[in-house]
Ligand binder design. Structure first.
Ligand code: CA
Ligand code: CA
Ligand code: CA
Length: 292
């Protein structure tokens, strides 16, 4: 009985590994953004809501109803010139070079991450428009890859910011559900309703193209994982290889595509779109990787 169970467990482990291993011949890579910040290009867009209906199945990238962790690797290029912001009870993360944007224009239940004065900045606003922005302390504009993780606890709104496995900031943030409201109607602040920006998670750019005061990220992003759990509770060694999906994984982007406009979610439920354009043309698939 015991042996049979062990054999079964081993078989399951083999099956699980086989199911998520990278296909033979796949190469590692990342995606490079150029900070264009105009015309809905130079970014990756992942839909989190369909504003025409409130009766659709849950979308995996629409986190905030539970705890969450958003993490990825980044390598800053030149051009991330946004100055430091004042951290505290505000939305000032929007003035950094925006890397992860789940904003809603002039509405609550939103969050995002940027680089301000080269430091990682993470902010959350709840349904009552109470906001909190927390700031890292190390300038990441050094040409190296860095692992960044931001976390939020649903029960009390606690926020954490980790860089290369070290806790750089922590604060008690606004409470409540910050997921995208189902069928939420975007406000008319984008030359009409913000239907092209609000209901998306945007990577690598400020989603509304609201102007030069709200700049976009210049550099590389790799291995973006969003989890519905708190991944980190103490200092940790940054991961040395790509993630494999587990029970806490909501979406996972290896960014190894090297061609095409589809940005594949390793779990298959939340493919994104690479919106290409600008000068220089971005975003571009890159062979750079923190795992080389
Ligand atoms: Ca990759
Ligand atoms: Ca709180
Ligand atoms: Ca929703």
């Amino acid at each position: 009985m015991r042996v049979a169970r062990l054999v079964a467990a081993g078989l399951l482990a083999v099956l699980a590994v086989g199911a998520v291993a990278a296909p033979a011949g796949a190469r590692s890579g990342s995606i490079r953004f150029f900070g264009n910040g105009v015309d809905d290009i130079d970014r990756v867009k992942i839909r989190v809501d369909d504003p025409t209906t409130s009766r659709e199945p849950p979308r995996p990238a629409d986190v905030g109803r539970t705890d969450f962790t958003i993490e990825w690797w980044l390598r800053a290029a030149s051009g991330n010139d946004a100055g430091p912001v004042t951290c505290g009870t505000n939305v000032d993360w929007i003035y950094g070079n925006v890397i992860v944007d789940r904003d809603r224009y002039n509405a609550g239940r939103k969050f995002g991450v940027s680089l301000a004065g080269g430091r990682i900045v993470f902010g959350v606003t709840n349904a009552s428009l109470v906001s909190r922005t927390i700031c890292g302390d190390r300038d990441l504009r050094d040409g190296r890859w860095h692992h960044v993780a931001v976390q939020r606890r649903r029960s009390d709104g606690m926020l954490w910011l980790w860089v290369d496995g070290r806790l750089e900031a922590k604060a008690d943030g606004p409470n409540g559900d910050v997921s995208y409201p189902d069928g939420g109607v975007p406000g008319s602040y984008c030359g009409g309703p913000c239907t092209r920006s609000d209901p998306f998670l945007v990577i690598g750019a400020e989603k509304h193209d609201a102007g030069p005061a709200y700049p976009s990220f210049h550099g590389w992003v790799d291995e973006l994982r969003i989890s519905t759990t708190l991944r980190y509770r103490r200092a940790f060694d940054p991961p040395r290889r790509p993630f494999r999906p587990d029970a806490g994984t909501a979406v996972l982007y290896h960014l190894d595509e090297s061609s095409g406009t589809v940005v594949h979610d390793a779990l298959g439920g939340a493919d994104g779109v690479r919106r290409v354009g600008g000068d220089p043309v971005g975003p571009r698939w890159s062979r750079r990787s923190p795992f080389a």
